[in-house]
Ligand binder design. Sequence first.
Ligand code: NAD
Length: 489
Amino acid sequence: MTHHRPGHDLPWTRVDDLYVDGRWVPSTGTARLPVIDPATEEEWGSVPDATPSDVDAAMEAADRAFREGPWPRLTPTQRAEHLLRMADELEKRAEPLGWTNTRENGSPVAETSGAAANAAGILRHVASLAPGLEREDVRAFPAGGAESVVRREPVGPCVLIAPWNFPINLMVVKLAPALLAGCTAVLKPAESTPLSIRFVVEAAEAAGVPAGVVNLVTGGGAVGEALVRHPLTAKIAFTGSTAVGRRIGAAAGELLRPVTLELGGKSSAVVLPDADLDAMAAVLIRSSMRNSGQTCYISTRILAPAERYDEVVEMVTRTVAAARLGDPFDDDTVVGPLATAAQRDVVTGFLESAREEGARVTTGGRAVPGTGYFVEPTVLADVTPDMRVAREEIFGPVVTVLRYEGVDEAVAIANDTPFGLGGLVFSTDPDAAQAVAERMDTGSVGLNFFASNHAAPFGGRHDSGLGVEYGPEGLAAYLTYKTIHRRTG
Ligand code: NAD
């Protein structure tokens, strides 16, 4: 079923305000950024491009709420109660939130209809970590006679910067632990997805989160940079490209600010010789093309054993060719448009380079002529590890199939990239799959399935980033420690 394309019936389309100190306030400037529907190329919304004084106002509100407001002084359990209410409030807004998200970045409704529930799940999981934060941590001196109280305190006002591919999830995974820790925050969504995040702000307000704890500014890289370098910023959490991540990391190093960086990836799916290819076909679209291929930890390099290479290429080609490309508002659409014209051009550039370097297109291979930023779901066979399409992140509906001889070579190819984010192993032998997973130099690996777990750390090594999100490890990024020593009798 195709939903009627929402437009003026969505609560937010053309807005001129930012959320600062518990109120929607007009930007002090007049510059605006368009919001484009990538399926129709229609400019259906716009937001302010925040000015330096808007950035100052948001940071000052976050700083004041941190120094003087009630939030950091509530107990973790009291803050968790707010997070639980916020989860409920977010779920009440699931439909307009999902539709706004689909209109912003073209993610199919099959994906975005779950965005609010997913974010609510993160908020509830983070709330469940409150008892661990409540516990007083007292450690005896090894020599006796004294003890140390180890206090975990919120780090301060945080700048949270997200990309456009999962605008809700990638912001809430930062905001939820920041809030539980007792921090305040300024949110900076990507320029192409600045509207759906307003539902998160609204949910926080409805849940009774005090003024100044959550603030929202919209704008591009210059606004992000001003926030990162703002004197009142105590911590930065960023998800986005490796190039921008390096720049933010350099600023954080110079200013000695803690930073979490979740960056790009180029993950491999190692198909062991005993793999069940029908079972692999059942998860392949999600594991290699989720969100039209715009997912950082999908495994887009499929490593096939030489003796089953043709069989794997045939299965991957058949499965990808059957993935339905179309209107993201159609429930049956599996692959939608790319989020922006620029991203479409990046992907078609990779397809050209693949042909020039000798890869074989077995299905797809072109941008779809006409309106919308659509690229055909594509399989590239005969890809070798030195080709650009095997080394760089494509971020589109394109899968590569590489050949290996022996498991050592498979592991070597999997690890021969500058990145280290995700990965998969397909095998009917759980021990063999686990052994390969242990040799993969990445932050997470799935055995026969593609997943992430709110309770377990997620993060990348090398050019994929610094630090982790999710689980108690993700919460720790928003805490700082204070040790108080005292004599005991
Ligand atoms: P991007 O780096 O261009 O932008 C991300 C965000 O940073 C945007 O909000 C942007 O406005 C802001 N920004 C740009 N320049 C800045 C600067 N100098 N200082 C501060 N902020 C700045 O990334 P994108 O194109 O929006 O997102 C796609 C990338 O994100 C891909 O590389 C993808 O792999 C990565 N990603 C990583 C993860 C992960 O968890 N590891 C998840 C999703 C996406």
